[in-house]
Design a protein. Sequence first.
Length: 341
Amino acid sequence: MNALEARGLRVSYGDTVAVDGVDLHVVSGEIVTLLGPSGCGKSTILRAIAGLVVPEHGQVLVDGNDVTGMPPHRRNLGLMFQDYALFPHRDVAGNVAFGVRMATRDRAAVDRRVHEVLDLVGLSGFERRSVASLSGGEQQRVALARALAPSPRLLMLDEPLGSLDRALRERLTVELRELFRSLGMTIVTVTHDQGEAFTLADRVVVLRDGRVVQAGTPVEVWRAPADAFTARFLGFANVFDATVEAGEARTPVGTFAAERPDGPACLVVRPDGFRLAEAGEAGDLTGTARPAMFRGDHFLVAVDLDVGAVVEVVVRSGAVPAPGAAVAVTVDRAAAVVVDA
């Protein structure tokens, strides 16, 4: 049985349709991330599931029970808001303990849980601090700890790590996944960060303009984006117009096999799909290198191809070409996929 199911959700604000016929299912113990740009309807879906927004159409089912008309406090769902919603008159421990005290009056158990989750989010020793004295990132971590503390049946997190610096965000993403796994928690998160989504989620649901564009495991979504929008949102720079005819896609960078109907399409090549040809190697395409960009563990080199297109090539070892240098580029066809335009 699905722990959570949304059927045909539609939510509008005036003339603006924020969520348009969204179906969503989450099995028990699964981590599902709603991924998409700002304004795509991610947070509105969470609020509709939590009961904070009433959908015009559709149903919300929790453990098979229709809760669409049920008030939020009776749904037994945890929700961490993007804007923290902390209690200003309570200290850090008081905020984190609030939900736990609703479930147990065992003071020792409450204190243990508060210390445990504060340690998880990197705020050990902050128990008696006023939330007003905390930075924005610290406040967000308190909100995350408060959401985790009661161990709800289903936990929903709206951009839970959005205000944190990258190093802390990456560490917490891994720790959160480990914690959720150890507790067997069912989680729905919202983010615009594909790296966070791919690390945390068992399944990613990509949204655009209030509709589901694609759903699948992180590997499935990465290897075969549903369309050009999804590919570009995931950070693919090598996306090219294509025309499919008789099982072949004609593109500026070559002809590729395409098992899809004839007509307009797009070719998506993963970052490792292009490489600079080695000395003496002819390569598939020729062009001129632009200035290289240093990205920590690699260089990114854009190449103006002689055929008129521009490709980005990842260089992890060997010499980086000087700006203006003539280069040859090879194409790994296993790293290319033809998708909807």
